[in-house]
Write a protein that binds this ligand. Sequence first.
Ligand code: FAD
Length: 369
Amino acid sequence: MSNYDYLIVGSGLFGSVMAHELKKKKKKILVIEKRAQPGGNIYCEKIEDINVHTYGAHIFHTNNKEVWDFVNSFVSFNNYINSPIANYKGKFYNLPFNMNTFYSLWGVTSPQAAREMIKKQQGEAGIHKSENLEEQAISLVGRDIYETLIKGYTEKQWGRKCTDLPPFIIKRLPVRFTFDNNYFNDRYQGIPIGGYNTLTEKLLTGIETLTNTDFFKDRTYFQSIAKNIIFTGRIDEFYNYEFGKLEYRSLKFETEILDCENYQGNAVINFTDYNTPYTRIIEHKHFEFGTQAKTVISREYPAEWREGTEPFYPINDKANDELHKRYYELTLKEKNVMFGGRLAEYKYYDMDKVIEIALSKAEQLHAKN
Ligand SMILES: Cc1cc2nc3c(=O)[nH]c(=O)nc-3n(C[C@H](O)[C@H](O)[C@H](O)COP(=O)(O)OP(=O)(O)OC[C@H]3O[C@@H](n4cnc5c(N)ncnc54)[C@H](O)[C@@H]3O)c2cc1C
């Protein structure tokens, strides 16, 4: 017997936005979440009264006014602007690559001098067709920026040499010839005031939600209680890995409470040399301009993904994309199951994109049913 119109597997942004939109259309919904708390990757744990981004630093940014208005209808956003700093062997550089970076690297003080420097280095490299990531990066921004700010970070992040990585990973590298350290070009940006959990709580208000509940622990039962399923978990798992497992990169976080008010003076510092084993240190309080007596930092270590660790970044190389395509073809045959979100689509999506897609899919479902 179907008790629910929709069973939503996963309470990340995709599942929560779908749940909210379908509830508005008077549908009866059950959300199940295998973790101990809802929210997926945007969940934050409160430590020392600081919102700690448990699954990696999340900064909301979008150009989409509809999405911005949507999230602001639940929670107001602060005016945090992401301006990460790169630490290369103890020297600091501003990111994204801009006039401040070029000044620190070369002492140049005009956009024209910076352009000439990059052009000179591109010419010296003499690369006509990039065969790997290293050549691609040097042909885009020259050898100095590549070696100081890209090489070590990228090799740590992917666990492979830049000469063994495909060039397509960096199609473009944003270079700015102004003194502007704002990482994003989007019109709207910020962190929810009070943290991301407020957004999740508001989205799921009035919706039956079971945490610590894994769909695969009792699949037959869960399939029997709802007319339709919205699945936001791993697509290969849904099909019992029948074609094989999709691969991911993972991260390990080493989180520490420090007995000081301000540890590094910025929310995000990237360590771009190869020998520092972590890629970033996040000081969480700075996302919300915190003034607490203590601070909490997380060192971020890239890691190979294996079963039991978090599948963070899909590896969209040829083999994995082809594998995903085979699973995707199976989804087309499903009548009452809809797939969405980063794990089901095996795609990296920023939060705004996930919300945009969920809003539009909810509209389509409503039109259909
Ligand atoms: C390290 C990192 C940093 C990021 N930073 C940013 C950023 O700064 N800005 C930005 O816009 N985006 C960022 N993102 C992207 C953002 O996390 C995603 O856009 C968003 O989380 C996607 O939501 P989702 O619902 O698709 O997936 P998720 O948030 O992963 O939610 C899926 C949920 O489904 C649950 N689930 C899976 N399988 C089952 C099952 N079998 N049964 C029950 N529940 C299940 C999972 O536990 C999870 O809670 C970042 C991503 C990562 C990995």
